[in-house]
Design a protein around this ligand. Structure first.
Ligand SMILES: *Cc1c(COP(=O)(O)O)cnc(C)c1O
Length: 514
């Protein structure tokens, strides 16, 4: 490039042997530097702005329109576009007063890694490349944190939903292979009799994954939970026994480590015992709470974790790896290869001692290296102690929030824990439909722009739910949240007491009535 004078070569003036999307190296350097500067400022200034803001309909329509100009656009337009059209309207999860879902802000190390991995652009499904080996290594790091045995392997996926799908597909193949169902009429007969068990508080992605692998709804068994939202092993045993009596084939039970609504951890040992006895696979959905064994205070709840057949973990939840980074971990990764190995003439390892490519362990062929590098970067920046410390920080914040709620006479704590979440309600009597009231309160808090939380159904009631998974959240944000909820309740009451002409509308619980 030395024969080029950077000052004379703009991005539209490429060397004659290059075509767009290539750009002149100096142009690229300048744009990357501008983008990096913007990213640093954006992340720094984010807490000072509103958590979320309503998006003007015109702007929304422009994004959805999907019009592509004939003429090439400038490289600088990318940053302008993100700054003006995208960044002002995020989900809100970068902000320390965002409590709505288990969506964390990105760890800075992960942000840097995603840019770098994009440049390397490895295909982590085939061939040999460093990022594919790093993916194998990061999976082992997660396994170590989760308390799974040496030799555990697995794959990274876009998130917990995909990891749960991979798990159920693997369990199904394992079960039918062991049974010798083959590939003919016996397979059809056996497949039609497969039954799946999971706690009634399991994430919806479990039932969705079951549907994706071809299980009809009438073969799914949501199992009753106890007063703390944990799967009841006796109810599980009864359901499995009844299905066996009916000639069905129980093939897998999914436990949840950190239920989405209230953060409960299912008991693992009695479930594994039953699985071993009747020949079922035991998968744990630890998308949120899979790494609890790394935290001394939680470790007793994770006894038996090493005996699981598979576990889902979502590093984009508690670890703040940028979305989407999920993982499926298996003490015996050979089961993944049985489920997903493929043959194609143009895809064959040439090195005699090569490990199976990762495309043999998942559904995807071409796979991004951003997941592995962002996960590695985040983990190495935290260190093992940092991971424990981060989770302990969230647990501590959740304790403090639950204490504040319990101490506030107008609020009632209904559930939450051991994972860092608080589910609560307003105690005010005579509020009409309490479920609609809490939907309106959440909406009011969101619209206020200072804090953000959402509702969830707990035992048939709509309640407010605050999750703690932002490393920038402080106790001031907890105070702010409680204040915002009480203000929203006051504003709602004031609306309720408007003169009769406006009354019926307010009583109808329209989320837009103010
Ligand atoms: C979030 C979550 C999922 C889904 O994970 P995604 O990464 O959002 O696909 C699955 N199970 C549990 C328990 C979760 O909390």
């Amino acid at each position: 490039m030395s024969e080029l004078d950077p000052a004379r070569f703009g991005e539209t003036f490429l060397p004659s042997d290059q075509l767009p999307p290539a750009v002149h190296p100096k142009v690229l350097r300048d744009e990357l530097a501008a983008a990096a500067q913007w990213v640093a400022d954006y992340l720094n200034e984010l807490p000072a702005g509103p958590v979320a803001r309503p998006m003007p309909a015109k702007q929304r329509a422009r994004l959805r329109e999907g019009r592509l100009d004939r003429q090439a656009g400038g490289l600088g337009r990318v940053l302008d576009f993100v700054r003006d059209e995208i960044a002002p309207f995020p989900t809100g999860n970068g902000h320390p007063a965002f409590f709505a879902w288990v969506n964390s802000p990105p760890a800075p190390a992960g942000v840097i890694a995603e840019l770098l991995a994009g440049a390397v652009n490895a295909t982590c499904g085939m061939g040999e490349n460093a990022l594919m080996d790093l993916e194998r290594g990061t999976v082992r790091m997660l396994a170590g944190l989760a308390g799974l045995p040496d030799g555990t392997g697995g794959v990274l996926a876009s998130g917990g939903s995909m990891a749960n799908l991979l798990a159920l597909a693997t369990a199904r193949t394992w079960f039918l292979t062991l049974r010798g169902s083959g590939d003919g009429p016996a397979y059809d007969r056996d497949h039609a009799r497969l039954t799946l068990y999971y706690s009634a508080r399991a994430h919806m992605s479990v039932a969705k994954a079951a549907s994706c692998i071809g299980l009809p709804a009438h073969r799914l068994r949501p199992i009753a939970t106890d007063a703390h939202d944990r799967l009841d092993p006796a109810a599980l045993r009864a359901a499995v026994a009844a299905d066996l009596d009916a000639g069905l084939l129980p093939f897998c039970t999914v436990s949840t480590l950190g239920t989405t609504a209230t953060g409960a951890v299912d008991p693992l040992e009695p479930v594994t015992q039953l699985c071993r006895k009747v020949g079922m696979w035991h998968h744990a959905d630890g998308a949120w709470g899979g790494l609890g064994a790394a935290v001394p205070a939680l470790a007793p709840l994770y006894r038996g974790v090493g005996d699981l057949d598979s576990m889902t973990v979502d590093p984009h939840k508690t670890l703040s790896v940028p979305v989407g980074c999920g993982a499926l971990l298996l003490p015996d990764p050979e089961h993944l290869h049985t489920a997903f190995a493929h043959q194609a003439s143009y895809l064959a390892a040439t090195e005699p001692d090569a490990l199976p490519w990762l495309s043999h362990a998942t559904i995807e062929l071409t796979r991004p290296g951003t997941r592995a590098l962002a996960l590695w970067a985040t983990l190495q920046h935290l260190g093992r102690d940092g991971v424990t410390g981060l989770i302990e920080h969230y647990l501590g914040l959740a304790d403090q929030l639950r204490d504040r709620i319990s101490a506030e006479p107008r609020l009632e704590l209904l559930a939450g824990g051991p994972w860092p979440v608080a589910c609560f309600r307003i105690t005010e009597p005579d509020v009409g439909d309490p479920n609609a009231l809490h939907t309106r309160i959440a909406r009011r808090v969101q619209d206020g722009g200072r804090a953000y939380l959402a509702t969830v159904a707990v035992r048939g009631r709509t309640v407010l739910r605050a999750c703690l998974c932002n490393y920038r959240t402080t106790t001031d944000d907890l105070d702010l949240l409680v204040r915002e909820v009480l203000h929203a309740a006051d504003a709602d009451t004031a609306t309720d007491r408007r003169p009769p002409s406006a009354g019926p509308e307010a009583d109808s619980g329209s989320p837009t009535s103010r």
